[in-house]
Design a protein around this ligand. Structure first.
Ligand SMILES: Cc1ncc(COP(=O)(O)O)c(C=O)c1O
Length: 377
């Protein structure tokens, strides 16, 4: 069972959707399929009622929409780098010829809104800020409210947010948080097989994007979003995953994926109940770690609801991960330089709290076999 920080487990009902017969992507059936997504995507992005922001789906992984976001903004970009994926975002901007300034945040530390404000003020104006809401590499989640508050003071700077391991696991509040472009793959908290990605764009992002002259073709955000609005895709889409996404969004919105106590909730209430489940799973995971003398790697206040990254102390991470795999549970070693120093558990998507208890029992068994895990003094 996959408890890595994505891709995560996919329900059999969702996998079954992927085996439907192929359809023509210029057919009425495709139009109907896109129409099935549209009532639910604004709930996933937590848009305001009457929002002028637009949603779309594109047949790329999240990195494709990361690149698309940068095609829609001017040259001066400020990248907040606090892990591997925010570094990718920054590097992508540089490779695309943007004039990129970096705010380097120590891995594990929180993003400081005051520092963001300072750099925006002293080194601005910037056309856009890039931010990763949930650094899957470190388990650091950046609260979006304080970031939005800073950006409000810099109204000509667009906010581009990677929501990859965050959306469908926690509230995005797209409009309230002043996000101009947000995107994610579907293999994390949406709990689908990988291969397509979702995005949302504010009206002012669309205005900025239309004004850019070199937007390319396949990753042109205007082509992607205008296409979706017209119920069309720019190129041949991955229709099996569109079916899977439609079913999953419908199931989430109708409460089907919730535990018995929350069944019956629908619409935004059902999405909020999904987010609350992820919060409880984080609390349970961190309580388990604490009981074993292990500390979360991220600073207090920045701990992800979907990916727990735990400092391993004296625990032999490779042996721990291998021991769990023997029992049928996959978790992940630390990312990059954190390999051997941390381990990561993805408690996201359709994983249940009962399932987490089974994983933690397995963790206890492996730890009992490996001996003491007390953190190094
Ligand atoms: C936060 C974050 N951003 C971006 C990506 C890249 O996603 P993809 O590999 O689907 O392009 C990942 C992948 O794990 C991620 O966790």
């Amino acid at each position: 069972m996959l408890w890595i920080p994505g891709p995560t487990e996919v329900r059999p009902e969702i996998l079954a959707e992927c085996s439907r017969p192929a359809i023509g992507h210029r057919s009425p059936a495709m139009r109907e399929l896109i129409e099935r997504l549209d009532p639910h995507l604004p709930l996933a992005f937590g848009m305001n009622a009457g929002s002028t922001s637009l949603c779309a789906v594109h047949s790329v992984s999240a990195s494709g929409l990361m690149e698309a976001s940068l095609h829609g903004v001017g040259p001066r970009v400020l990248s907040v780098v606090n892990g591997a994926f925010s570094k990718r975002y920054r590097d992508m901007g540089t490779l695309m010829g943007k004039d990129v300034t970096t705010i380097d945040v120590a891995w594990g530390a929180g993003v400081d809104p005051a520092e963001l404000d300072r750099v925006l003020t002293e080194s601005g104006p910037f056309d856009a800020v890039t931010l990763v809401s949930n650094e899957t590499s470190t388990g650091v989640s950046t609260p979006l409210g304080p970031i939005a508050e800073v950006l409000r003071k810099h109204p000509n700077t667009l906010l581009l947010v990677d929501l990859v391991s965050y959306i469908a696991g926690a509230p995005v509040d797209f409009d309230r948080n002043g996000i101009d472009f947000g995107f994610a793959g579907v293999q994390k908290a949406f709990a689908l097989p990988p291969g397509i990605a979702v995005c949302a764009a504010s009206a002012r992002f669309m205005e900025s994007a239309r004004a850019q002259t070199n937007r390319g073709w396949a990753l042109d955000p205007v082509r992607i979003i205008d296409g979706h609005v017209q119920k069309k895709t720019p190129a041949t889409p991955c229709t099996p995953l569109y079916y899977a996404l439609a079913k999953q969004l419908e199931d989430i919105s109708s409460g089907v994926t919730l535990d018995a106590a929350d069944r019956g909730k629908t619409g935004a209430d059902a999405w909020n109940a999904r987010f609350a489940k992820h919060e409880r799973m984080r609390a349970r995971m961190l309580a388990w770690a604490d009981a074993h003398g292990l500390a979360p790697y991220p600073a207090e206040g920045f701990r992800s609801p979907t990916v727990s990254c735990i400092a391993a102390g004296a625990l032999d991470v490779a042996a721990f991960v291998a021991g769990l795999e023997e029992l049928g549970f996959e978790i992940s070693n630390g990312y990059g330089d954190l390999k051997g120093l941390t381990f990561r558990v993805g408690h996201m998507g359709d994983h249940t709290e009962a399932g987490l208890e089974r994983l933690l029992e397995a963790c206890d068994r492996v730890i009992a076999r490996l001996g003491s895990v007390a953190a190094d003094a």
